[in-house]
Design a binder for this molecule. Structure first.
Ligand code: GAR
Length: 194
């Protein structure tokens, strides 16, 4: 079985899309071995528990430094031994050390057509720029913010009258297709470790 770990901070709809795809066999021969949240009352973490998945709260407020907080997450990942670590609405910047530890096996999803609109409020920035097209990107994480090699993008047309909310919702629907597809693609390329 190919092993997936999820890091999230909030709603967790991308995590649920991944979990649904795993259950449906759309990500072949895969299982979720850890769901980690830095926010203890994140909805995504509650949903992981309801699904009977190994769920871990690692509250940022319980650690005096980012390094200590990340070390606690790295310990969980070390035990879970995932093939891929998927950031799914994980709203903290990871240190270069963390990225180095999981280099090439750490994925993120972002609601824009990167490299456009890295960082915060990408949907609003696309609207304000008068763009006709937006979308989402799944990419391999490097040391930058929302940078790193792109695995897959899906486009969404911006309609007249779109608001930040309406556009975000349509992009999110595409995210839920894009992330499982990207994971399946990545797993197909990764060597199988014994
Ligand atoms: C998603 O739109 C995701 O692309 C975004 O946070 C949302 C999380 O939703 N991530 C980023 O902006 C990362 N830079 P979810 O918790 O329902 O999956």
């Amino acid at each position: 079985m190919r092993r997936l770990a999820i890091l999230l901070s909030g709603r967790g709809s991308n995590f649920e899309a991944i979990a649904d795809a795993v259950e449906a066999g759309a990500i072949p021969d895969a299982g979720i071995v850890a769901v980690v949240s830095d926010v203890p009352d994140a909805r995504g973490l509650a949903r992981a528990k309801e699904r009977g998945l190994p769920a871990f709260a690692v509250d940022r407020r319980g650690f005096s430094t980012r390094a200590d907080h990340e070390a606690a997450i790295l310990r969980i990942l070390g035990e879970a031994r995932p093939d891929l670590v998927c950031l799914a609405g994980y709203m903290r910047i990871l240190s270069p050390d963390f990225v180095t530890r999981w280099r090439g096996r750490l994925l993120n999803i972002h609601p824009s057509l990167l490299p456009r609109y890295a960082g915060t409020k990408p949907q609003l920035r696309a609207l304000e720029a008068g763009d006709e097209v937006s979308g989402c990107t799944v990419h391999i994480v490097d040391e930058g913010t929302d940078t790193g090699p792109i695995v897959l993008q899906k486009r969404v047309r911006i309609e007249p009258g779109d608001t930040e909310e309406s556009l975000s919702n349509r992009i999110l629907e595409k995210e839920h297709e894009a992330y499982p597809e990207a994971i399946a693609r990545m797993l197909a390329k990764l060597p199988i470790e014994s």
